[in-house]
Design a protein around this ligand. Structure first.
Ligand code: NAD
Ligand code: UFG
Length: 337
């Protein structure tokens, strides 16, 4: 029996592959390598000492998925495959709806065909939309504010409908807060295409000299230092949360959404200061205007994850900075040769 990991060559997927293998699961990875390189999985093999079965395919390709399900005994699916850039989703919404929503529908259709009804899905804190009520709890009202967010929200609704139509399904929806950091070996980490959209990979590329300085998007928010506050979570903690979610879907039926965060907020300037302290590398920055669509403060209520999955985040902001830096310093150009 194996766990199928869609998008397993990507940032969160590769870290989750390590934790699944370490926990004793066999895995099969399907990824079209649109936003990743197969090298990440070679590194997963190096870290774990275990082979990774990889199939290069698009999850919208029904025949390719059928082939995977007929060749392997899949007991559950961890579904990461998707496009994730908020700004890009505004420019090419149809690509996002097709890739993320059609891809998930095709995947679920094939799962149903093969009677595999256990899935862990990558959702996002973005499904809470814009609200001042913090911390965010899973029962709050949902609403997306961009096409990317809408794909996550629609997929959540589709998964709830699937469960309502057939209570034999077991669906764990994980709403991630802000994943950063890298594996402690420095062998795998985040390798964004082009100029990073997100804060930590941007800081890391400034530190390694690929970018001249960080632009801090606004210092006039109603936060202690005026800069945006987020709930950063170490990607290895997040990956361990997926192992717990796989164990949950294997033992239960239901459809349940759970926040994966630390429950603590950290501002942009606090993260910059922590990175400088841990690494000894200065991060030049300038304050610029706010980025449209950004909230002032976002952090999770993490009590449900503890109660339902028996999981909580353990690693600190300092760990996140040290591990990001080890990865970036050892791989200044990411997985590129
Ligand atoms: P990533 O881009 O590194 O990984 C996604 C992987 O999916 C990539 O390897 C890509 O090649 C693959 N992929 C995309 N479309 C595919 C398709 N149609 N068929 C097969 N493979 C496909 O992104 P990540 O940061 O690891 O994110 C993983 C998941 O978590 C995504 O669904 C993302 O939306 C979600 N998520 C990420 C964050 C974050 O900040 N990184 C936050 C919340 C949710
Ligand atoms: N920021 C900067 N400069 C940068 C990049 C970001 O100052 O170059 C600031 C942002 O304004 C924000 C904070 O750093 O205050 C974090 O920004 P990120 O882009 O790293 O993360 P977001 O919280 O904006 O976005 C993340 C995910 C999205 C998801 C969203 C909502 O990347 O996929 O959380 O949960 F939709």
């Amino acid at each position: 029996m194996a766990v199928l990991v869609t998008g397993g060559a990507g940032y969160i997927g590769s870290h989750t592959c390590v934790e699944l293998l370490d926990a004793g699961f066999d895995i099969v990875v399907v990824d079209n390598l649109y936003n990743s390189k197969q090298e990440s999985l070679k590194r997963v093999e190096k870290i774990t000492g275990k082979p990774v079965e990889f199939i290069k395919a698009d999850i919208r390709d029904k025949e390719a998925l059928r082939e995977i399900f007929s060749q392997h005994e899949i007991e559950a699916v961890v579904h990461f495959a998707g496009l994730k850039a908020v700004g890009e989703s505004v420019k090419i919404p149809l690509d996002y709806y097709d890739n993320n929503i059609s891809g998930t529908i095709t995947l679920c259709e094939v799962m149903k065909e093969f009677n595999v009804k256990k899935i862990v899905f990558s959702s996002s804190a973005t499904v809470y939309g814009i609200t001042d009520k913090m911390p965010l709890t899973e029962d709050m009202s949902l609403g997306a504010i961009n096409p990317y967010g809408r794909t996550k929200l629609f997929i959540e609704e589709i998964l709830r409908d699937i469960y309502n139509s057939d209570n034999g399904w077991s669906i764990s929806i994980l709403r991630y807060f802000n994943p950063i950091g890298a594996h402690k070996t420095g062998l795998i980490g985040e390798d964004p295409k082009g100029i990073p959209n997100n804060l930590m990979p941007y800081i890391a590329q400034v530190a390694v000299g690929r970018l001249p300085e960080l632009s801090v998007f606004g210092n006039d928010y109603d936060t202690p230092d005026g800069t945006g506050v987020r709930d950063y979570i170490h990607v290895v903690d997040l990956a361990k949360g997926h192992v717990k979610a796989v164990e949950w879907v294997l033992k239960n039926t239901g459809c349940d959404a759970v926040n994966l965060g630390t429950g603590r907020g950290c501002s942009v300037l606090e993260l910059v200061a922590a990175f400088e302290k841990v690494t000894g590398v200065k991060i030049p920055y300038k304050i610029v205007g706010r980025r449209p669509g950004d909230a002032a403060i976002v952090y999770a209520d993490v009590s449900k994850a503890k109660k339902v999955l028996g999981w909580h985040a353990e690693l600190t902001i300092e760990d996140m900075c040290a591990d990001t830096w080890r990865w970036q310093k050892n791989n200044p150009l990411g997985y590129a040769e």
